[in-house]
Design a protein. Structure first.
Length: 347
């Protein structure tokens, strides 16, 4: 019997899939990785997939608006929404796999995601107000909370990459910060263990799918509201505490007679590096798991393979600026580095 291997290099493609929430990792990535495997050697570019994702989503939205009282069309819409999200996962995976980034690719991807979420909420609100006219209030409130959550996430990231490494601000509260971060990290560890995000985009599509199947679109809104309120509150508390914790540890790193290394040279790493240099903090070298970057100049320092950190394990402290922070931390611990030598900046 001839066995045809339709999907090739899945493990290689999987390396370019960001570790996020449980629905994305366990469901959406299963299909998106295989889709990328099929199209990787074609003329299809990531931006095409992004736009296709929008059109598929709008098709689902149209079904809900045209047939608001028909369960079967709502079910078809939910399937189209999932397909749109799978395409959304695939565009980034293809871009990272082939190094195929267009000038406005990140803008298209980011704003199309928000547009899709808006239209999905709009369509579902439209269906519900045909039964209960007052439900538009719930729809508006949910949309506002979703916008606030995205705004909080954005501002926290911007602040982290531009914060002033002034240890004097938090010196007196060091003990309190250490105790609080331990408590918050327990909650964070639980969320990470079960791949629970902070109302991430994958969870949005998961709840959307489940509650449309159940025929309880109103539960979708109530779940979004509760999850968003928790996510905003917890993330603000966690980030304000982690900022102080990061300052404490960077101050400790600077006092050590060791090389300071930055692991991660993506957009987050670039912002951190720029901020470090602006404050005259010397970085010995950068590192990245992407071997295509090895040997490149990164703001005046060389990008070295991770093996260099293994060789320098007794003489380095490492700032980890990557979405794959937990995986990189485990990687460096396996090299023999101590946990006190590592600091995750994005967690």
């Amino acid at each position: 019997m001839i066995k045809i291997n339709l999907f090739k290099d899945l493990d290689e493609i999987r390396k370019h899939a960001k570790p996020v929430d449980f629905w994305t990792v366990n469901f959406s990535y299963y299909f998106s990785i295989r889709f990328v495997s099929l199209i990787r050697n074609t003329e299809i570019i990531p931006d095409m997939i992004t736009w296709s994702s929008l059109f598929v989503c709008l098709a689902g939205v149209s079904l809900m608006i045209l047939f608001p009282q028909k369960y079967i069309f709502g079910l078809l819409a939910s399937i189209l929404f999932q397909f749109a999200y799978i395409l959304d996962c695939a565009d980034g995976q293809l871009a990272r796999l082939k190094g195929q980034f267009s000038f406005n690719g990140w803008r298209i991807d980011l704003y199309v995601d928000r547009i899709k979420e808006f239209f999905i909420l709009f369509a579902m609100t439209y269906v519900l107000i045909s039964k209960n006219a007052w439900f538009w209030i719930i729809g508006m409130f949910t949309l506002a909370l979703q916008g606030l959550l995205k705004y909080v996430n954005l501002q926290e990231i911007i602040h982290l990459t531009n914060m002033n490494f002034n240890y004097d601000q938090i010196q007196k509260s060091e003990k309190k910060v250490t105790e609080r971060i331990k408590s918050l990290n327990k909650i964070n560890a639980f969320k990470k263990k079960y791949k629970l995000g902070y109302m991430n985009i994958g969870e949005f599509y998961f709840f959307n799918f489940i509650f449309i199947i159940l025929g309880r679109l109103d539960w979708f809104f109530y779940t979004l509201i509760l999850n968003s309120i928790f996510s905003i509150s917890f993330k603000l508390l966690l980030n304000s505490t982690r900022e102080k914790y990061i300052l404490m540890n960077i101050n400790r790193f600077l006092k050590d007679d060791k090389k300071l290394v930055l692991f991660g040279t993506g957009s987050g790493g670039r912002n951190i590096m720029f901020n470090l240099l602006a404050q005259n903090i010397k970085v010995a070298y950068a590192s990245d798991n992407n071997e295509k970057k090895w040997g490149e100049n990164f703001f005046g320092v060389e990008i070295c393979p991770p093996e260099q950190i293994r060789k320098d394990k007794d003489n380095v402290n490492v700032l980890i600026a990557s979405s794959w922070g937990d995986e990189i931390k485990e990687q460096l611990l396996s090299y023999g580095l101590d946990e006190n030598q590592l600091l995750l900046l994005y967690n």
